[in-house]
Design a protein around this ligand. Structure first.
Ligand code: 6GU
Length: 249
């Protein structure tokens, strides 16, 4: 998979050199390029923003540098190299986007080229988004209902969520099966040694060695925890995926 990120703060993305994603890049499972939007300006001040038409507070990102930066990112990908089966995806982080979920991460992990356009200020001139639809599948994406100062932190989160789903990136793919949101439920609580810590024992069933009882206990904790913390997820569950014991929880 190839990922391009365009930002006026490329250093913000240096965390992607570390940990799991950094290792995946070293192994060639992921090719990631971060470019500075200001490389695509032509004036002495490297201007990327201007005042909004119609008035109002803040500044808006100018279209010209974005068009050049997105053309450069696009031509780095496989579609531009004469294999246009799949258009690249342009992810535009914005509190006005669609909510990014585990389902979105799974979907984007199957694509061969993702381009992330980090806006700052009040956002990017809307014509950039419209023009981009000629070359990209455009996906305005939000992390949730709160406002960040720019797309960079959101891109760190999204690239990590997507990158870990790329085959080979996580050593033991079984760890993806039981984590939160894998089946629309939150994960069960976990414990390690010592078996007794500050007068608190580990739930006895986990020491029993009885795999069936452990699986049932974990499933019950998942259902209870999801009902308490995320009733919206319980409401969205497919009843066909619940067994009889689930309904008794
Ligand atoms: Cl993706 N961007 C910004 N600027 N703010 C956000 C967001 C994204 N998601 C939630 N808040």
């Amino acid at each position: 998979m190839r990922i391009d990120v365009v930002s006026i703060f490329p250093e913000y993305l240096s965390a992607l050199d570390l940990s799991l994603i950094g290792k995946a890049r070293e192994q060639g499972l992921l090719q990631l390029t971060v470019t500075d939007l200001r490389e695509f300006t032509a004036d002495r001040h490297r201007t990327v923003d201007d005042t909004p038409y119609g008035g109002g507070a803040g500044m808006v990102m100018k279209p010209e540098p974005w068009a050049l930066a997105l053309d450069a990112a696009r031509t780095r990908g496989p579609a531009a190299a004469g294999a246009p089966e799949q258009r690249p995806v342009l992810v535009v982080p914005s509190p006005a986007g669609e909510v990014f979920t585990q389902a979105t991460a799974r979907e984007l992990a199957l694509r061969e080229h993702l381009v992330f356009a980090c806006g700052r200020y009040e956002g990017i001139d809307e014509r950039v988004v419209e023009w981009s639809r000629e070359h990209f599948e455009v996906r305005p994406m939000s992390l949730g209902d709160y406002v960040l100062n720019g797309g960079e932190v959101a891109v760190l989160a999204m690239v990590e969520a997507i990158g870990r789903l790329v085959p080979g990136v996580i050593g033991n793919p079984e760890s993806l099966v039981e984590e939160s949101h894998a089946e629309g439920l939150l994960e069960y609580p976990v414990y390690t040694k010592p078996a007794l810590w500050r007068d608190r024992p580990v739930p006895e069933v986990l020491l029993s060695g009885h795999h069936g009882r452990i699986a049932r206990w974990r499933r019950d904790r998942q259902l209870q925890r999801t009902a308490a913390r995320r009733p919206d997820l319980v409401a969205a569950l497919d009843p066909a995926g619940l067994d009889r014991a689930d309904r008794d929880v």
